[in-house]
Design a protein around this ligand. Sequence first.
Ligand code: SAM
Length: 122
Amino acid sequence: PVVRDIMSKKVVTVEQTDSFIDAAKLMKQNERNHVSVVSGGKLVGIITSWDISKAVAEGKVDTVGACMTRDVITCSPDETADVVAKRLAEFKISAIPVIDDNQTVVGMLTSEHISKLFTRGK
Ligand code: SAM
């Protein structure tokens, strides 16, 4: 299978200037642990529940921009699931924003989507 067939197609994003509480609310509403950060419609970072936990543990009350990871590992919707699964393992991450040629986020692929491939029809 290719990424576009198994990813979450509902795109949930925040801006760097948003508070991390806004990111936490979006995670809760959408039952997600990972949210893409965009600026001018293009991907500039990723913020995860781990990043928010870390900020809270350190007593920081901050913006998304201060908590996010800027060097984002991404994939294209046309890549195969096995290639992207290896990327998740290689970089020890559990989610990867799916972007098109214009750096626009078109989805999110997580290790849960990969796990489901092994239980189809069971
Ligand atoms: N194994 C855990 C996981 O996969 O979520 C923790 C890995 S690491 C300690 C968590 C860090 O990876 C967070 O700071 C998060 O922002 C970052 N991260 C998650 N997905 C990423 C991605 N696709 N590209 C770059 N960094 C990412």
